[in-house]
Design a protein around this ligand. Structure first.
Ligand code: NAD
Ligand code: KPL
Length: 303
């Protein structure tokens, strides 16, 4: 069955090129006729990995093509994902599967609610990729992909395709917990790197702030039914800060490059969830406010 890939950016390109080079049928869905023409001129997507580059002439089409879609991999940013699917909604087969690669939370649930006929598989990825130019993807960091269906059900047979393509994966029976924990980690680290203008490792200078945020995030996880023991989140945050000390967080890089952030699906989602549960999280709200001010001052969207 064909893998339709919507969002041929860093992560979408990384998935598409690995699936295609394993001989699996892949079709890229590009956002505009101009993008499609550029793609044809370039002759395909280039994947750079371990210093070597390879060109992959994957078939590509526009959202309004007429073929039905049985399996859709959505690799747009969280703020684009729902609108991108809406453009091709008429092509979704009645029992289609949609894999959602977005970071944070909120976009996945909105999509699952809007297209209840589809089986939505949520994905949490720690693989790293970035774009060098519109049609070149650099595989920057090995990682893992956890896939799961928040409504339960068995693992799909097409996980074999991922094996064939060398895409690391684990079928998860608690994908929401995994996404929540990653969200909490990102909320503790990413906004502070932006506001303190620093690499992840430099956050150790702000231990008290990290501790207070982790306390509120732990309470939030527990109230949302994503239980974690006190101290667990903080240890994980310190472990990740240590392991990625020399790196700039993804949010830091977005702000530095003048790109829209996924704030609404990270800190914004955490604050909205706490409010809906009547849970007081003053430090998260203050951080959210300061981050929004910071983005606004730089002319970037604040949600
Ligand atoms: P990206 O900006 O590189 O790619 C997104 C692509 O979606 C772009 O090519 C854009 O043109 C395309 N797009 C947007 N709207 C579209 C539309 N209507 N039709 C067709 N294409 C459309 O983003 P990315 O870094 O690949 O991130 C995608 C998601 O994966 C994000 O939620 C991100 O947080 C998450 N993620 C990324 C990485 C990574 O290393 N890049 C790692 C883990 C998670
Ligand atoms: O996922 C990350 C990011 O930069 O978005 C880490 C490295 C975990 C920092 O929060």
């Amino acid at each position: 069955m064909t893998w339709h890939v919507l969002g041929a950016g860093a992560l979408g390109g990384l998935w598409a090129t690995r699936l295609a080079r394993a001989g699996l049928p892949v079709r890229l869905i590009l956002r505009s006729a101009q993008r499609l023409a550029e793609y044809h001129r370039a002759g395909g997507l280039t994947l750079s990995e371990a210093g070597r580059s390879s060109l992959h002439a994957i078939s590509a089409e526009l959202p309004d093509a007429s073929t039905p879609i049985q399996r859709l991999l959505v690799a747009c940013k969280a703020y684009d994902a729902e609108a991108a699917i809406a453009q091709l909604a008429q092509r979704l087969a009645p029992s289609c599967e949609i894999l959602l690669l977005q970071n944070g939370l909120g976009s996945q649930q909105a999509i699952a609610k809007r297209w209840p006929q589809a089986r939505c598989i949520f994905v949490s990825s720690t693989e790293g990729a970035y774009r060098e130019g519109a049609l070149q993807v650099v595989f920057a960091g090995q990682g893992q992909n956890w896939l799961g269906d928040p409504n339960g059900g068995t693992a799909p047979a097409w996980l074999d395709d991922l094996d064939r393509a060398g895409i690391p994966h684990i079928w998860s029976s608690d994908i929401l917990t995994r996404l929540w924990r990653k969200l909490a980690l990102n909320c503790a680290i990413n906004p502070l790197t932006v506001l303190h203008d620093c690499r992840n490792g430099e956050l150790l200078q702000y231990r008290q702030q990290l501790t207070e945020l982790c306390e509120e995030l732990t309470e939030l996880l527990n109230t949302c039914g994503q239980a974690t023991a006190p101290g667990d989140l903080k240890s994980e945050v310190l472990r990740v800060i240590d392991a990625t000390a020399a790196n700039y967080s993804s949010m830091y890089q977005d702000v530095r490059l003048g790109r829209r952030t996924e704030i609404a699906y990270l800190l914004g989602y955490a604050c909205r969830s706490a409010d809906s549960l009547d849970l007081a999280v003053p430090r998260l709200h203050e951080l959210h406010l300061r981050l929004r001010e910071h983005l606004g001052q730089r002319g970037l969207p604040t949600d």
